[in-house]
Design a protein around this ligand. Structure first.
Ligand SMILES: C[S@@+](CC[C@H](N)C(=O)[O-])C[C@H]1O[C@@H](n2cnc3c(N)ncnc32)[C@H](O)[C@@H]1O
Length: 216
């Protein structure tokens, strides 16, 4: 059997995070490197840190998602964090919501290339009524690098079912954003915002997430 050569070497930890689905994750990494850069989905400087900053950083969210859950990834862009999450967890249904036509085309191509039956791609903005009506609600809504926390709460909490949660991937600003945007979070029917780390004991740099629960 000949070894498959990948555009970016697969780190050992990827096998732990993606388990039996690491081949699909490798396919996604190859596709991103071969086509994502020219199609403007990722910057050329991201290639060297593709696994660390993007694929693994996204997939560790799986530890916060229940079996068979429905997830909406708002502002998915090139597919983060929704696509790695869907690869790691075939039992989870993932809707990738994105307004930009070029990125929608990319997301469709990835779904086809990787053959991901648990992913649905939807074009639209989280705050638009027709979009909300079309996609309904989810147990978990995710978002990375889309908007400040208060705005994100306003856009995303209506998409979270009662007792579900918003998981906003944030960097060092996480605690300060909770403090600054507390009022907006409460008026959007969000409560108990906390900073969590995903991938602790697994990743060198765990993913920082703000979790906001949806009120009744
Ligand atoms: C900086 S990119 C981040 C993409 C991806 N989440 C990531 O981390 O690589 C922000 C994305 O949010 C999308 N976006 C902006 N406003 C949005 C809205 N109101 N609803 C849904 N998506 C939105 C943009 O089109 C863009 O693809």
């Amino acid at each position: 059997m000949s070894a498959v050569e990948h555009s970016a070497p697969t780190p050992d930890i990827a096998r732990r995070v993606f388990g039996d689905h690491v081949d699909r994750a490798e396919k996604f990494a190859d596709f991103l490197i071969e086509h994502g850069v020219v199609r403007g989905v990722i910057g050329p400087r991201e290639v060297d840190r593709l696994w660390d900053r993007h694929l693994l950083n996204s997939a560790v969210l799986a530890e916060r998602v229940a079996d068979g859950a429905r997830v909406i990834d708002v502002g998915s862009g090139g597919g983060f964090p929704g696509m790695p999450l869907a690869i790691a967890r075939p039992d989870v249904d993932v809707v990738l919501l994105e307004p930009m036509a070029r990125r929608i085309g990319w997301l469709y191509d990835v779904v086809e290339r990787l053959d991901l039956p648990n992913v649905t791609v939807v074009r639209g903005r989280a705050e638009e009524k027709p979009t909300r009506k079309a996609i309904g609600t989810a147990d978990v809504v995710t978002a990375r690098a889309v908007a400040p926390l208060g705005k994100l709460a306003r856009w995303c909490l209506p998409l979270v079912r009662r007792d579900g949660e918003l998981l906003a991937l944030k960097g060092d600003s996480a605690a300060a954003e909770i403090e600054r945007d507390g009022q907006q979070i409460r008026s959007a029917n969000g409560f108990d915002p906390v900073v969590l780390r995903c991938g602790e004991g697994v990743l060198e740099r765990p993913t920082t997430v703000v979790r906001i629960r949806k009120g009744a």
